[in-house]
Design a protein around this ligand. Sequence first.
Ligand code: AKG
Length: 287
Amino acid sequence: MGSKYLTSLRSSNDIFEDTDALRARLQEEGYLLIRGFHNRDQVLSARMEFLRKLQVMGRLDPQAAIEDGIIGSENKNGMWGGSTEQLLAEFPQFLEVVNSPSVMSFFERLLGGSALTYDFKWPRAIAHGGNTGAHYDVVYMGRGTKNLYTMWTPFGDTSLEMGTLAMCLGSQHFTKIKQTYGEMDVDRDNIATGWFSEDPLEIVDRYGGQWATTDFEAGDAIIFGMYMMHSSLNNSTNRYRISSDTRYQLASEPVDERWVGRKPKGHYAWGRTPQKSVVEARKEWGV
Ligand SMILES: O=C(O)CCC(=O)C(=O)O
């Protein structure tokens, strides 16, 4: 932290009421970090839904208090990506947080019109050693408007050591990467993982930019666009890092049909063999 590779994210709470300033910041810096964006008590109730699920799955340390979310001996993630119907059955408090009237009205204000959220959402509990490689979200959900936004919400106070989300500042302007990797679609091109790189330092050394992250508290959220490269830090603790990523856009713009409706079809071709590796693809793209 404080090196050429990693700095702190800045909060946009000071301009929260100023829609033009929020838009300008999102445009210039690629993200909006809002402290206390959600109701903290609701976030903590949703956290308990995930913890109870982990307990039922036998994933928690049985000696520890459920609230602590201590990872059990199998050290397995919980990945619960699903439709509104599936999530409503298991995690109704979670949906109350990410679909809340205040979240929707924020996106309506930011985007300047009626907003919708993709039905498919990605809550997850990341075990020790887990992390997410560097990627643009567009490669997973780029078939509708590109004016689509991700909101990442931690469900619990989440220190750097637990594996917070990190933005690559400046990556929204990596023209060559946007024109090659950024045009990829994992279901069409079937490139393994969809991650551009698992080496965050390589990106800074070759393309510039600087990674930025912060400790998060329950209630905080970060919002960013489809061409903001991001990854997560490693969870180096014995506690689950619980978070979700959810998506929002103008209702008047085209949607990526894989992620909306009662039974969204999701990724339908990605993962079939043979897959191309990103290393091979990057050679072809020249990036
Ligand atoms: O939570 C993570 O590890 C990754 C989340 C992510 O990639 C996203 O929010 O788009």
